[in-house]
Design a protein around this ligand. Structure first.
Ligand SMILES: [Zn+2]
Length: 213
């Protein structure tokens, strides 16, 4: 009986200790993986589909594409250029792909996409949570629509834009999902394809204006 009781205690205590250790380790690694910067720039769909299974992403949206070009190859070009310009001006940047484990903090976060639709039914648009300021949204629309010569189809025009999963992964007062235009519309595609870096420059200029140092 004594041996049995002792054995019983040992096997019940060990998992309890492991659970505490596990919780401590989880808290430590969560703190270590959180990042803090002026700006978070996410390239929409970048890294998919490979990143979906390890990060338990069920809705593994691979993005749109047209004429042999994929949205998920375009968004990193724009995001890298925006990050490069911001860093060159002394801003700290967290550059994220579609899926990642970290929870970040930033002054502003932008999520970059191109749209796909029934040919030429779409155009540029933006999505944002209710916490993003009107001034931030207006400043982007004013700047981008002076550059982009096609349709602006609206704000939060789909639930996916309004409730984008990336918004929950960063603590930032200003969050904006940017759809630069419709890849599946040949005219918009032809205009955007040679201007991917310019789109990144436009995002960087906008952010620097909104986030004075
Ligand atoms: Zn997209």
């Amino acid at each position: 009986m004594v041996i049995a009781a002792g054995h019983y205690r040992r096997v019940t205590r060990l998992p309890a200790i492991l659970a505490i250790l596990g919780a401590l380790l989880a808290a430590t690694s969560a703190a270590a993986s959180a990042d803090d910067a002026d700006v978070l720039v996410q390239a929409g769909h970048q890294g998919r589909p490979a990143s979906c299974a390890p990060l338990h992403v069920k809705a593994c949206n691979l993005g749109t594409g047209a004429s042999g070009e994929r949205e998920r190859d375009w968004t990193p070009i724009v995001a890298d250029e925006a990050a490069r310009v911001l860093r060159a001006h002394g801003y700290t940047v967290i550059r994220r792909p579609a899926d990642y484990a970290e929870q970040d903090t930033a002054r502003a976060a932008v999520f970059l996409h191109f749209d796909g639709a029934v040919t030429c039914a779409s155009g540029a648009s933006v999505g944002f949570p209710d916490t993003t300021s009107r001034a931030f949204v207006d400043a982007w629309e004013k700047r981008y629509l002076a550059f982009f010569p096609y349709r602006f189809v609206g704000e939060n025009f789909t639930e996916n834009e309004h409730r984008y999963y990336g918004f929950r992964k960063v603590d930032a007062p200003e969050k904006l999902l940017i759809e630069f235009g419709e890849m599946t519309c040949p005219a918009q595609f032809a205009w955007m394809q040679p201007r991917l870096r310019q789109l990144g420059d436009t995002v960087a200029t906008f952010l620097m204006e909104r986030l004075p140092r």
